[in-house]
Design a protein around this ligand. Structure first.
Ligand code: TYM
Length: 344
């Protein structure tokens, strides 16, 4: 069966949105809206797999929504909503809890990293989180999923769940009029020079919301002075920039800054090195500050404005949830029939 092409992706409302979220995911969301029907979700159910302050959670849900809009996603053309307003995510996740195997979840590296040494004390939700992520995507039978590199393993799991569901219920799927498969195999879209933006303090660590030092990341709401300070303080090595990409391989910090420049400028690392090969970091960093401030400044300012307007943001989420519910509701009805539930 040919599936209607549809894009789905999600961002957690936890902590500050940073340059990694923006370059690895949100800029891709914006670009894809010209070619696809897109659904972009503020995944608040995922956020609570680790305890969140309820007052702060409401604020960050609105802030991520504001970031989507400020970055250029059109909420009238595309769907923007928060996950907890569409109950079918949690409903399908339960069914997937019964499809996915313990062995599959045991391999998830992100759970191991997040749970750390205190695994016994991690929430059950944190462990089952990839099943909910599969449900997010498949409840819309989405075919394309733009994400950063760190989500690749979760996408592979979503594909495994889709395949196993299709296999386990093949007879029932056929008897309900679907020719081959009920769920598609969602395709990860992980492309470009900044699929894994690294910490500005340590080129071997991913830029992340949870890193204690704020100097490790550029937040989308940082003002121009803060961005300039963070870029100037970013760790580098004493060599000049190489002229070829090959020369970046043993230099993770240089590689990271060149990748950030390329992604912000919509070019490639090779292009950046053609321009800056042989330059010292002091002059490259100056150019990077100017570019970062030019690209991120207006988005941060618009986010700060939008986030004040609760009525506007909440109305976008309500409208998006209503439209998302129609699609998710159709899928869940079919899933219930396929699984064998009686429904009125
Ligand atoms: P989250 O909220 O951690 O991150 C949101 C998006 O930002 C990307 N990202 C990065 N990209 C490049 N470099 C980085 N340093 C960096 N840090 C984060 C992430 O890859 C992601 O694309 N589980 C997901 C949210 C989710 C989801 C989904 C995504 C829930 N359901 C369904 C896609 C489809 C997460 O925690 O992303």
């Amino acid at each position: 069966m040919a599936f209607k092409e549809r894009v789905f992706s999600g961002v957690q409302p936890t902590g500050n949105l940073h340059l990694g979220n923006y370059l690895g995911a949100i800029t891709k969301f914006v670009a894809l809206q010209d070619t696809y029907d897109c659904i972009y979700c503020v995944v608040d159910l995922h956020a609570i797999t680790v305890w969140q302050d309820p007052v702060e959670l409401k604020r960050t849900i609105r802030e991520v929504t504001a970031a989507f809009i400020a970055s250029g996603i059109d909420p009238k053309k595309q769907i923007i909503f928060n996950q907890s307003q569409v109950a079918e995510h949690a409903e399908l996740a339960w069914i997937f809890n019964c499809v996915a195997r313990l062995g599959w979840l045991n391999r998830m590296t992100q759970f191991k990293e997040k749970a750390g040494k205190d695994r016994e004390n991690a929430s059950v939700g944190l462990y089952a989180y990839p099943n909910l992520m599969a449900a997010d995507i498949l409840v819309y039978r989405a075919t394309h999923v733009p994400v950063g590199e760190d989500q690749k393993q979760h996408l592979e799991l979503a594909r495994d769940i889709s395949q196993k569901f299709n296999f386990d219920f093949a007879k029932s799927i056929a008897s309900h009029g679907f020719d081959e498969a009920f769920f598609p195999q969602p395709e990860p879209l992980i492309q470009g020079p900044a699929t894994r933006v690294m910490s500005l303090r340590d080129g071997s660590k991913k830029m992340s919301k949870s890193e204690p030092s704020d100097y490790s990341r550029i937040n989308l709401t940082d003002d121009a002075d803060t961005i300039a300070q963070k870029v100037r303080k970013a760790k580098t090595d004493p060599e000049a920039l190489p002229s070829e990409e090959e020369g970046l391989k043993p230099r993770p910090e240089a590689d990271n800054l060149v990748g950030i420049y390329a992604a912000l400028n919509g070019t490639t690392k090779a292009d950046v090195l053609r321009e800056f090969g042989g330059a010292q970091f002091s002059s490259f960093k100056m150019a990077l500050v100017d570019l970062s401030v030019a690209k991120l400044g207006p988005i941060g300012a618009e986010m700060k404005k939008l986030v004040q307007d609760h009525d506007y943001i909440d109305s976008i989420l309500a409208d998006g949830s209503k439209r998302a519910s129609v699609i998710a509701g159709e899928t869940m009805k079919a899933v219930k029939d396929i699984v064998g539930f009686v429904r009125s």
